[in-house]
Design a protein around this ligand. Sequence first.
Ligand code: GLC
Length: 642
Amino acid sequence: MNGIQKFIIGKPLDTGAVVKNIDATVFSGGNIGELYVEPDKKTITYKMSEETVVYGLGETLRGINKRGWLYVSNNSDEPHHEEGKHSLYASQNFLLVDNGDGACFGLYIDHPGEVRFDIGYTKSDVLTVSAEDFDFSLYRIDGETPLEIVKNFRTLVGKSYEAPLWAYGYGQSRWGYKDASDIRDVRDNYRKLGIPLDMIYMDIDYMQDFKDFTVNPERFPDFEAFVREMKEDGIRLIPIIDAGVKIEKGYDVYEEGIKNDFFCKKEDGTPLVAAVWPGKVHFPDFLNPAARKWFGDKYKVLTDMGIEGFWNDMNEPAIFYTEDHLKEVFGELDNLKDKELDIWGFFGFKGLLNSIDNNPEDYRRFFHEFNGVKVRHDKVHNLYGFYMTRAAGEAFERNNPDKKILLFSRASFMGMHRYGGVWTGDNMSWWSHLLLNIKQMPSLNMTGFIFSGADTGGFGCDTTEDLMMRWLEFSIFTPLFRNHSALGTREQELYRFGHAEDFKNIIELRYALIPYIYGECTKAIEENGMYFKPLSFEYRYDERAREIEDQLLAGDSIMIAPVYEQNKTGRYVYLPEDMKLVRFRSFSDYDTEVLTKGDHYIKAPLNEVLVFVRKGKKLTLTEPASCVDKLDVNKVASVIEF
Ligand code: GLC
């Protein structure tokens, strides 16, 4: 295939990430261009120049330029992801190396287990990719420009998932809505203030004892009628589905899984017992096609009741504990109980408790039936969330062929972008996580995860009104646009704060922009392009643009420069060319000002959204409505041209 070379190293497993068949070279080591592959050392190395910028890795930590850190592909439940972490919920093993002198290339490591990307961490000018299991397909992707490389890569991995138009509306979520009355309250409060709303998310409390594909009949006495009632008000209910299936006699999903041997088993042939929200669970073996089909068809229970969207959760899979490891810990605690602990003994004891959840040893205790072969989980760990989402996506193609269903997942891997989008997992109500969200978006877009977004306002800990407002001012540009928060944190529905009018203006602006955002995302999907781009992808030889980490191009017409620090009334913005600044106080109340190429200090009051229209481009807005179904997407409210 044009621009792509495939090398087989060792004995790779077929992950399902790649859809294009291309001729491969069986490779035992040596140079692939400037890359040096050493199977003995289990490394691929590349010497970076001072100018080299390395993009990619999808949803992970740190900057748009990945240089200077060690990233580990190992899907992890990692809500407290500060700078020092190495892994998040996703693994997208794609790198784009840009040397600034016109030379650039892409690299994709199709490996389902742990891969380490040391990008100038050990030695600041050396990029080293390593994997304990040195068996994978390596793709080198060429192209004249970063965008051409992205396009070639995406041709290899297939077309991205398309979400329905209504899913571009605003969604309110919170872990803690218990029953129909809580959900009606959310609807009523939004409608009362006239703040548009399209989705209310249902977290685990809608289920009967956290059992997938059940609805608690006391909390939702006539669920089907409730789904209808909400839809008549323009609101879709979006339930969560968790990876673990509760162990409970008589629960059909559990019984069928046992009967058909669809759960992941241990070496001794018994199903692994882990614990997550429902208590003790088994994990469906989504890697086994029959189990995948079975689990996927279960979503029909809810689609038959009128549900049109889902979020797949806990699918790294997150493990609170396994029965086996807990036994080990209790055994060791028994040993310690009557001992006099010195300080190191005390830390050992504390460490024991900290070792209980998401323990790497536990991921070695169970197996999958993968392509007819028994494979230990850790060897294919990063596929699990992908294959859960694939189960749902394939089922929707079978069972709901005429409908677009909203689907997104917490854990992901390359290939999953064909079946659903992602949210970036549990984050915190921290300003640094707003900035991280900005940086994650273009990297996710490179890898085809166009329908993506973060928990706006922050999931964990207490948000503040100004953080919520600033985060919304960014999130109104993200395709997936959801406000979500954790049980026990400050409530952060927009009607909880003092400035409802400002929030209304911001959300209405989103709705006025939906035709633009949807159109640009659809274009990115159709053309294997990107909706969110780093500036350097368009302003290729602009030295300054190469270093900009906090401004993005959103679609073809605009650049955004969000404010992501508390108590700021403005910020510096770099313009790589003359642009027209639009200062929105609402979708219909705005000023424009032409600014010249270069640095500017731009005033940014808390309730204004700043957009920069690029030269020769235009931004068209429609009239907002209370929900997307009521939006006249062809109606032009205003056109801002430069
Ligand atoms: C996980 C999810 C989060 C959800 C919670 C309860 O932490 O990431 O979004 O609210 O579980 O289901």
